[in-house]
Design a protein around this ligand. Structure first.
Ligand code: HEC
Ligand code: HEC
Length: 498
């Protein structure tokens, strides 16, 4: 080789390595696997934190990981760390749990998705039913089972749904929860718009959340995302919508019988509509996959609550550690609506509850509503069933059956071996909810989730296992060996039993 070409040759030899290396450390495949597992464990135990190193290395290690077939091991970790870092940064600036500040969230939302229709610009007019009828809007007046809204802890709501070419607006007014003063002003308006993209088949529906706050007379609503503290009528705190809306829209769970016959049709209509959007996305403000494994694998919840990664027709946004625990408990131990059952007697319970406005006369319904207000959350379903029997709306046999569904066999567990020795959904779901709260099980599931796609079929094993770069590599088996066992390179697969 000519002398003058030598430096060039050296440079050429170095170039590829320089490109790959940058700030990416040199590690063998097995060292990387151990590193990924360690990071997965850290990000699973400390769910609110992220590993800076994962983000740092992701900048420069992509080609290395690709070469070694490790991209599938890095993917979920990187997405997760990046999203959590953005969220932490946003939290410092003020954010209701998005991966961006509230200011940014509000500023980038198209005006049409955060605007009240002109007819509702000054709050809820007295003739809202008339207006809704004219405009073809849906109206449902009901009482929530779950959320007491500020400032008066009201459970009463008027939900108006405006279906449009581009979006469906769900505009939920908190209204007076004081039967002796039905016109008492309330201040909160919850608002969400589902940009349904019906005419845009390549794009999933996108959701936009907003909250408005009215003055003390229930007038002059102001979008909290657009206002400064000075003109906010004194209310600036935002709820973290995602913590209770893991699927974007949140299907309604009214107190039994808390709406009229007329609105019962609307309730059924809305239930279907809300369940029919398919995968709703958060318009780039949140990455559901970043928050770890879908919760409830052992309890069967992930069949449906799986971030649409499963095949179930009812697939929806996953529950994860960000999901409000009290709401999971509520669905299981007060509503008794989760897990969705496939057993007919259990379905019959929910069906009967939904039928209440049709079964009772107007006068009966009024009395029923007054009565159920004071009943504890966990007792409302049972109270309703007892009342239906008392009023002669269901017969003794059906009453007995529905009570049985709830409470099980009176001698449980001493009835074991006898027919009908059923534990009842109250106790079943209570135990399930206890198990769901097992955080160490959840942390394990998280590690598994991060590493789920990190399987040997993608890995490119070191051709000569004795020549790994790391002399201090652990021999204790663990993750590396279990992976290597898959393609016959780990301990126990060497053919040597001695
Ligand atoms: C503490 C839990 C919780 C939080 C936090 C929460 N919601 Fe909800 N939201 C619910 C529940 C539950 C429902 C269903 C109605 C019911 O049964 O009370 C609901 C229903 C709604 C509805 C009616 C449409 C639908 O999806 O059912 C709107 C609009 C809404 N919420 C907006 C918001 C916005 C905007 C935020 C954040 C600023 C928010 N919510 C935060 C629990 C919550
Ligand atoms: C067969 C499908 C299915 C299974 C299994 C299931 N769910 Fe659900 N879940 C749904 C549907 C559909 C909704 C919306 C209807 C509703 O809110 O009642 C929902 C709503 C919820 C909500 C309200 C938040 C949301 O996603 O809108 C919670 C909390 C919940 N389920 C918890 C659970 C838990 C906990 C389990 C397991 C013990 C479970 N679910 C099992 C289908 C399912």
């Amino acid at each position: 080789m000519k002398r003058s070409l030598l430096p060039l040759a050296l440079v050429l030899m170095l170039v590829p390595q320089v490109l790959i290396a940058a700030s990416c450390p040199t590690k063998s495949t097995e060292q990387w696997l151990e590193w990924f597992e360690e990071k997965a464990k850290l990000m699973s135990r400390n769910v609110d934190t992220y590993e800076k190193e994962v983000i740092e290395y992701a900048k420069d290690c992509g080609p290395t990981w690709n070469l070694k077939g490790l991209s599938t091991c890095s993917q979920r970790l990187v997405v997760s760390a990046q999203a959590r870092a953005k969220r932490a940064d946003a939290a410092r600036k003020g954010s209701m749990g998005w991966e961006m500040s509230d200011k940014e969230y509000g500023d980038r939302m198209a005006k049409e998705f955060k605007t009240l229709p002109p007819e509702l610009k000054d709050g809820l007019p007295k003739n809202y039913r008339e207006i809704a009828k004219q405009k073809g809007w849906k109206v449902l007046q009901y009482r929530s089972r779950t959320v007491p809204n500020p400032p008066n802890r009201s459970f009463a709501r008027v939900l108006i749904v405006v279906e449009g070419d581009k979006d469906d607006k769900y505009i939920q007014f908190t209204v007076s929860d004081d039967p002796s003063n039905p016109d008492k002003p309330e201040q909160l308006i919850d608002y969400l718009s589902v940009e349904h993209n019906k005419n845009n088949p390549g794009k999933n529906p996108q959701i936009h959340f907003a909250q408005f706050w009215r003055d003390q007379n229930g007038k002059n609503p102001r979008n909290k995302l657009d206002i400064s503290r000075n003109n906010s009528h004194g209310h600036m705190t935002h709820d973290s919508c995602y913590s209770c809306h893991p699927n974007g829209v949140r299907e309604l769970s009214p107190e039994p019988g808390s709406y009229s016959k007329e609105d019962a049709d609307t309730y059924a209509y809305l239930k279907k509509k809300m369940g029919g959007y398919g995968k709703i996305e958060f318009n780039g403000a949140l990455t559901p996959e970043a928050y770890g494994a879908p919760m409830g694998k052992e309890q069967g919840c992930t069949k449906c609550h799986n971030n649409f990664e499963g095949t179930h027709l009812q697939s929806r946004g996953a529950l994860n550690y960000r999901t409000e625990k009290s709401h999971i408990a509520h669905k299981m131990n007060a509503d008794f609506s989760m897990p969705v059952t496939s057993l007919d007697p259990e379905k019959e319970l929910q069906k009967t509850i939904d039928q209440i406005p049709y079964l009772l006369s107007d006068a009966e319904l009024k009395k029923f509503q007054a009565g159920i207000r004071g009943v504890g959350q966990e007792e409302k379903n049972e109270w309703a069933i007892d009342k239906l029997k008392e009023l002669g709306k269901i017969d003794a046999a059906k009453h007995k059956q529905l009570k049985f569904v709830l409470n099980g066999h009176p001698n449980y567990p001493n009835c074991l071996g006898e027919p009908d020795c059923f534990i009842g959904i109250k106790k079943t779901y209570e135990k399930m909810n206890g198990d769901l709260r097992n955080t160490s099980q959840y942390a394990d599931n998280n590690v598994e989730y991060y590493m789920e796609k990190c399987t040997p079929e993608y890995l490119i094993p070191n051709t000569n296992p004795t020549a790994v770069e790391d002399g201090s590599r652990s021999n204790e088996g663990g993750f590396f060996n279990s992976i290597m066992n898959f393609f016959g390179a780990g301990e126990g697969s060497t053919g040597s039993q001695q």
